[in-house]
Design a protein around this ligand. Structure first.
Ligand code: UDP
Ligand code: LCN
Length: 823
């Protein structure tokens, strides 16, 4: 992107643009004439640039202009709404920062406009009556944001917990009753009604401060590892309950930290103190749509990384909870429950079981509640796009049936509720509001940015995708949440070139439905980046010979090289000496497995260098009930024919055994191959980190999370899914270089691993998440008034808008299983 030396951060686009237009008036008149020539339309940056190129034929002139302010403005423009003679530009000079200007194409005069006017102007392209309707529904969450402090730097986005600790410290310092909120918080801590930390005898700051000094001094001479029980009785007499630590040393440290915070709160100490408080034992995680299971579900429609992520997340959280609870000196059993949908016709999976213990955990379970209508229970799977009519009833069932079961398991309310994806986040919001519990949300992927103009063209897309429901649910959940966990920065605020997934909800319009002038603020300190990892017991480097799962190798040999087509694989590899480029994904359009097949088909150089192996979906379209998957299956078959790929391609059906998959990645590494993730857009991309964990050099899409996971050319490579020739040549260049430079493959493999160990492990994630639950739990108490105002607004939005929209989504025609339970 052009960077303009003459544009300072303090400058505004509307302030600088008139002069820039004046300086290039001749070319700009021509260029703007082209913009408006085709009448009303929405133009994207590449269209604007295309027109600019056509209107300035002289290359030097053009590059001079592009290097200047106008080039900068145009290349920072995300879209332009054209209604002759006006062109309104939505300019994004930096992540999270937007400016809107309206230019008269004939006079080249410039007016700054606000976001509402820009959206109204844009709506004129799609629905003039709506745009002019003074009473059109406007959603403005910003208008009720009174006391939440906001960040101002793009670089601070996603680092919310850090800033919340700062804001909390300064509030504690400046509040008249000083640290009283901290004392009240401690007084509230309990486990199943049993006091923790302090009791009522230490109910003021002064009393607590004095008691802490005495208590700390009383154990200062004890050996460090003296068990708490040895001085417990004395502590109780002074008003201290369990929870300060398991040994004299830990108790001393916690007490000292508390005294210091009471004396003068500071953010670092506050954050570290909160990570040691006994405030988190029970967690509920929602992931309603499914198949959500532990075996035989991966690769089924909608059942991808989200399930892997949650199961690994639960394992990591339980391990960290157990560690913290031990260190707190408590004998408490943590409980994590994943609530999902029970699918009676579970296609051989266990998704029809009500309760299932989570493998490799001690106390965590999956709890399944069916989807119902008033007529009965839904027997079959439904796509994530179609779940909206069932969610309210599901949430109610969770609050009654499930809550009863949750309580049965936990014997108290959860301390934290986490939602996943649009449906899970909505249900989590309903439940958290009802129970008054801290809520975290995880999107995995917000669908909005995956489909171009999915907001403005919602009417066209709604019959298929029900985006009206989904985007409404997303807005409700992101505003209701106490904190939002994302896997990458780009998920929140994108990159220099591309807006983030959350950023696309800042302001948008769905003409005829609602105009969102303030949907979410990406500078809100509720945003936190906590990247997931990959299970390192499953995905470990190919070089760890003694750990290799050799028992799978004969099966993998068969899977890769057997020449017969069968239900598990088709195609074959004639020359098995060649390295393999490998990809594995659900067969969704956006995963672009067909794109990779086509790039490979077209690129002779690449075909000479390597074989192609794909794990994706299955081969018979009549066996799928997923619209996108059917289309992709057919496309795969036609590409194999068109490019005559037999002998060079192996297409393997979706694989469900993650241990065997781990070994498969490693066998591809043995072939000195590479992993390719070619998605048109990938929210995060677990396969990318799985491959890197196995030591497989990785090429991954530059659209989305992988652009952040991989440092291009250092720990792997970025590829542009919209430029197949460039991408396939980049892969071919790599293999040619490996042929001439014997150490190159190893160097890339090792650099990928190093990147993983530094940034992408579940241990790092679990610590961060539990700290968030703790810190934001306290923050919601300090910020009660604001929290309530938001809650009332989201409730109204839910009642007036979401429920109406959900009713428009057709419910299943499948025969229902039993009459609904009385309401
Ligand atoms: N996966 C699998 N079998 C398949 C396809 C995918 O086990 O046939 C797993 C893959 O190993 C990864 C997850 O499903 O753990 C996919 O996650 P990713 O984030 O790459 O994509 P998503 O499907 O969530 O969009
Ligand atoms: C959903 C996706 O689409 C992926 O990009 C993520 O890796 C996965 O969820 C886990 O968060």
């Amino acid at each position: 992107m052009a960077s303009s030396p003459s544009f300072k951060r303090s400058d505004t686009i509307s302030g600088s643009m008139p002069e820039a237009l004046r300086q290039s008036r001749y070319h700009m008149k021509k260029c703007f004439a082209r913009f408006v020539e085709q009448g009303k339309r929405l133009m994207k940056r590449q269209h604007l640039m295309g027109e600019l190129e056509k209107s300035i034929e002289d290359k030097n002139e053009r590059s001079k202009l592009l290097d200047g302010l106008l080039g900068y403005i145009l290349s920072s423009t995300q879209e332009a709404a054209v209604i002759p003679p006006y062109v309104a530009f939505a300019v994004r000079p930096n992540p999270g920062y937007w400016e809107f200007v309206k230019v008269n194409a004939e006079e080249l005069s410039v007016d700054e406009i606000n976001v509402t006017d820009y959206l109204k102007f844009k709506e004129m392209i799609f629905d003039e009556n709506w745009a002019k309707d003074e009473n059109a529904l406007e959603i403005d969450f910003g208008a009720i944001d009174f006391t939440t402090p906001h960040l101002t730097l793009s670089s601070s986005i996603g680092n919310g917990m850090n800033y919340i600790s700062k804001f909390m410290s300064s509030r504690l310092i400046s509040s008249s009753d000083k640290s009283k909120p901290m004392v009240d918080y401690l007084l509230d801590l309990n486990h199943r009604g049993e006091n923790l930390m302090i009791n009522e005898s230490l109910s003021t700051v002064e009393k607590l401060q004095a008691a802490l000094i005495v208590a700390e001094a009383s154990i200062s001479d004890l050996p460090k590892d003296t068990p708490y029980q040895e001085f417990q009785q004395r502590f109780l007499e002074w008003g201290f309950e369990k929870g300060w630590g398991n040994t004299a040393q830990r108790v001393r440290e916690t007490m000292r930290a508390f005294s210091e915070v009471l004396q003068a709160p500071d953010p670092v100490k506050l954050e570290s103190l909160f990570s040691s408080l006994p405030n988190m034992f029970n967690i509920v995680i929602f992931s309603p749509h499914g198949y959500f299971g532990q075996a035989d579900v991966l690769g089924l429609p909608d059942t991808g990384g989200q399930v892997v992520y949650i199961l690994d997340q639960v394992r990591a959280l339980e391990e960290e909870l157990l560690l913290r609870i031990t260190q707190q000196g408590l004998n408490v059993k943590p409980q994590i429950i994943v609530i999902t949908r029970l699918i009676p016709e579970a296609q051989g999976t266990k998704c029809n079981l009500e309760v299932e213990p989570i493998i490799d955990t001690k106390h965590s379970h999956i709890l399944r509640i069916p989807f119902r209508t008033e007529k009965g229970i839904l027997p079959k799977w439904v796509s994530r796009f179609d779940v909206y009519p069932y969610l309210e009833r599901f949430a109610q069932a969770c609050a009654s049936d499930a809550a009863a079961k949750v309580l049965e398991h936990m014997e108290c309310n959860p301390d934290l509720i986490i939602g996943n994806y649009s449906d899970g986040n909505l249900v989590a919001s309903l439940m958290a509001a009802k129970l008054g519990v801290t809520q975290g949300t995880i999107a995995h992927a917000l669908e909005k940015t995956k489909y171009e103009d999915s907001d403005a063209k919602w009417k066209e897309l709604d019959p298929k995708y029900h985006f009206s429901c989904q985007f409404t649910a997303d807005l409700i959940a992101m505003n209701a949440a106490d904190f939002i966990i994302t896997s990458t920065y780009q998920e929140i605020a994108g990159s220099k070139e591309r807006p983030g997934q959350y950023e696309s909800h800042v302001a948008f319009t769905m003409p005829g439905l609602c105009r969102v002038v303030s949907g979410i603020n990406v500078f809100d300190p509720k945003f936190n980046i906590a990247a997931p990892g990959a299970d390192q017991a499953v995905y470990f480097p190919y070089t760890e010979k003694q750990s290799r799962l050799t028992k799978f190798q004969p099966e993998i040999e068969e899977l890769l090289y057997n020449k017969e087509d069968n239900s598990e694989h088709i195609g074959y590899l004639a020359d098995r000496t060649k390295p393999i480029i490998f990809s594995m994904a659900r067969l969704d359009t956006v995963k672009n497995i067909t794109g990779l097949t086509e790039w490979y088909g077209k690129n002779k150089r690449l075909r000479n260098l390597v074989n192609l192996v794909l794990v994706a979906g299955f081969f018979d379209p009549s066996k799928s009930n997923d619209r996108e998957e059917i289309a992709e299956i057919k496309k795969m078959h036609s590409l194999i024919d068109k490019y005559n790929l037999m002998g060079q391609i192996r297409w393997i059906a979706a694989q469900t055994d993650r241990y065997r998959n781990g070994e498969l990645y490693r066998c591809i590494a043995d072939s000195k191959g590479a992993f390719v993730q070619p998605a048109l857009y990938e929210a995060f991309g677990l396969t990318v980190i799985e491959a890197m964990n196995c030591g497989l050099p990785t090429f991954a899409t530059n659209k989305g999370g992988p652009a952040e996971i991989i440092v291009d050319g250092v720990s792997g490579f970025h590829i542009d899914p919209t430029n197949g020739d460039e991408s396939s040549n980049k892969i071919a260049d790599f293999f040619e270089k490996c042929n001439t430079d014997a150490g190159y493959w190893n160097k890339m493999s090792e650099a990928g691993l190093q990147r993983i160990y530094e940034c992408y492990t579940w241990k790092i994630y679990a610590k961060k998440l539990l700290n968030m639950g703790s810190i934001y739990g306290f923050w919601r108490q300090m910020n009660k008034g604001q929290k309530l105002a938001k809650q009332r607004y989201t409730e109204m939005f839910y009642n007036l808008q979401f429920r109406k929209l959900a009713k428009n989504v057709p419910v299943t025609k499948d025969e229902l299983l039993q009459p609904a339970a009385p309401k």
